[in-house]
Design a protein around this ligand. Structure first.
Ligand SMILES: N[C@@H](CCC[C@H](N)C(=O)O)C(=O)O
Length: 300
């Protein structure tokens, strides 16, 4: 009997709740409890799926949640971990190396298991929009901003920042700095993530351009907080750096949990490649399972 599968990608960890193995109710409250690092399993988020019986050649739907219980439309690391989950459960169907498609509320994302044993998975995240309406972004007076979001002034407390914002299935704000540090991400990240000018909140990436081929970032995730790595944030950093003329079309993005490769097509489409591994499988002990089941009753 298995209730959950835990995966990590460069220290960005998710719990997979697969309806083929458990009928656990996936609600904002049960997600918060599963992700709690003291009272639950502990994770940056939950991947709930496959939401339909997976069939080769047909997009496989899943839902993604941040550890605060909020829905996230797309996760670069999460999609890579879920692809590996499918491949490890049914290797004959999914581990052959043929590309297949995962479907979230942000749309379809092509994935490919490049090396199942090493957990090397590639995912295509499409083309980001550097447009205020897509974020969405508001002006200082609270009215909807319009136009491009490259090098936008943003006042955060006493900090006068210049940021580049983009939407690629989920919202991202990239802040070029001389030295990204965990302390900076933990202190300034939440103030930007919850800033009034971002009605949908935003993921926050602090970026140092080491060279045209190497970026260094620290991430504060919308709905999850400080993260050792983030796939969509790594892609956001690369897309922003390229739009600002600061990097090549293929870059390594270094994060505290490790590095990923990001490839940028001429049309701006982004492909993310990196490692992910299963951490554990497990059963919720009766006291935790009882608390989780009660979230369903509360949600009724
Ligand atoms: N860690 C993820 C991003 C997760 C979603 C993000 N917190 C959001 O709310 O958009 C990744 O690897 O992309």
């Amino acid at each position: 009997m298995t209730d959950f599968f835990k995966y990590q990608a460069l220290g960005n960890d998710y719990v997979v709740i697969d309806p083929r193995y458990t009928g656990l109710p996936v609600t904002p409250e049960s997600v918060r409890l599963v992700c709690d690092r003291h009272f639950g399993i502990g994770a940056d988020g939950v991947l709930h799926g496959p939401l339909e019986e997976p069939r080769p050649g047909v997009p496989v739907p899943l839902a993604l949640f941040n550890s605060d219980g909020s829905v996230c439309e797309r996760s670069g690391n999460g999609l890579r971990m879920f692809a590996l989950h499918l491949a490890e459960r049914e290797p004959q169907a999914w581990a052959g190396g043929e590309p297949f498609t995962l479907r979230t509320t942000a749309g379809d994302s092509p994935v490919q298991i490049l090396d199942a044993a090493a957990g090397i998975v590639q995912v295509g995240l499409g083309r980001p929009a550097f447009d205020a309406a897509a974020l969405p972004l508001l002006d200082e007076d609270g009215t909807p901003a319009e136009g491009p979001t490259l090098s936008v002034p943003l006042t955060v407390g006493e900090h006068k920042l210049t940021v580049t914002a983009l939407h690629n299935g989920n919202p991202h704000t990239v802040v070029p700095v001389a030295e990204p540090t965990p302390e900076l991400a933990r202190s300034l990240g939440p103030l930007i993530a919850g800033h009034a000018r971002f009605p949908s909140r935003t993921n926050v990436t602090f970026l140092r351009v080491v060279s045209r081929e190497l970026l260094e970032i620290e991430v504060y995730e919308r709905g999850a907080g400080y993260a050792l790595a983030s796939g969509s944030s790594a892609c956001a950093a690369a897309s922003a750096a390229r739009e600002l003329g600061l990097c090549a079309d293929r870059v390594e993005v270094s994060m505290p949990g490790g590095s990923v490769g990001v490839a940028l097509d001429p049309d701006g489409s982004v492909t993310l490649t990196g490692e992910s591994q299963q951490v554990a499988t497990g059963v919720f002990a009766p006291p935790l399972r009882a608390r989780l089941d009660r979230t369903q009753e509360a949600g009724r």
